[in-house]
Design a protein around this ligand. Structure first.
Ligand SMILES: Cc1cc2nc3c(=O)[nH]c(=O)nc-3n(C[C@H](O)[C@H](O)[C@H](O)COP(=O)(O)O)c2cc1C
Length: 149
């Protein structure tokens, strides 16, 4: 089993979403001996916010890419390749100012590519990366559920 673990808390050892994500990864490894884990700390090494060059690279045919567009699309191509390679994705998603951390949003902006990871059909948008299991390790200061059931 190939596990991809994404961290987006900037709080390092104090982070609850990292602790929870690690606990999920450890359980997966225990029940699937020989699993490999790739960890990305998006808060320490963030993906760039989408700029014009990224968008142009997404919508320009590869054979017409300028050197700048080639460099710009690499972030996205690499992230998508990693996603496609993984069987299980563990996403640490702490709540900051009523939203996910901006480094996680930046990663999502690079892996959401029309025609590559999703497409539009008459039935609406359809995900093209199939057969993955995703665990989201959410941490927050507030309580947004009615508690354990
Ligand atoms: C700047 C900042 C903004 C936060 N905003 C929210 C929020 O909007 N809602 C909430 O429930 N908790 C909020 N919190 C609390 C965090 O979600 C909580 O500390 C959580 O443990 C953070 O995840 P981490 O421990 O993985 O970093 C905020 C904390 C900080 C420091």
């Amino acid at each position: 089993m190939k596990i991809l673990h994404l961290i987006s808390s900037p709080r390092g050892e104090a982070s609850f979403s990292i602790k929870l994500g690690n606990a999920i990864v450890e359980k997966l490894q225990a029940s699937n001996p020989g699993s490999t884990v790739k960890t990305h700390n998006l808060a320490n090494k963030p993906f760039p916010h989408l700029e014009e060059v990224h968008l142009n690279s997404f919508f320009t045919p590869v054979e017409n890419h300028s050197p700048e567009q080639k460099a710009a699309i690499k972030h996205s191509d690499d992230a998508i390749a990693e996603l496609q390679e993984a069987d299980v994705i563990v996403i640490g998603a702490p709540l900051y100012n009523f939203n996910i951390h901006s480094t996680l949003k930046a990663w999502i902006d690079h892996i959401a590519r029309a025609g590559k990871t999703f497409s539009y059909s008459e039935a609406g948008p359809e995900g093209l990366v199939k057969g993955k299991k995703v665990y989201v390790a959410i941490s927050s200061g507030g309580v947004y559920t009615e508690g354990p059931v």
